[in-house]
Design a protein around this ligand. Sequence first.
Ligand SMILES: [Zn+2]
Length: 202
Amino acid sequence: MIGTPGVPAPLAAAIEALASLPGIGPKTAMRLVLHLLQRPASEAGNLADILHGLHARIGFCDRCGGFADQGRCPICTQPGRDPGVVCVVEQPVDVLMMERGGVFRGVYHVLHGRLSPVDGVGPEQLRIRALDARLAQGVKELILATSATVDGEATAHYLAQRYRTRADTISRIARGVPEGGELEYLDEYTLQRALDQRVPWQ
Ligand SMILES: [Zn+2]
């Protein structure tokens, strides 16, 4: 779009920047940019400020590893959550997906990856020591919600072996999750069903 005849460069640049985002094609990008142009300049400025501060303001919860804007995330500090039920996921985005269902009342532990010997990712590269520490404080149920990929399954297997004697119950989310499925791409109903129908680890 940059260099397109008849389109002023700043307009083309804004369209191109938005069109580079996932799920936004050039037409939608143009609609968004034209919308912003029609609104007061303060609205675009506000949006720019929010985006500008995004990386600086969002970090990871020092307990679960999910997204947080300060030490602890809103889930770890939410009253009524059961800290004895820990759902283990691969990525911070998985927590957001699980929470969309709005039913789970336990807490999370984000590994920040999954075991992948081919890519040189072993237990030391994941947040497993932090999980050890949480298990040491007593966990009633450890729910393994790693992806249904080969590496995700291997990670679940590794964790089930590691914590066999340390958690009262270990379960795996059900096969509502399709083979090769990343949690991120599942709708909340599929994910909720997979969680509800979780099976005890044998
Ligand atoms: Zn947290």
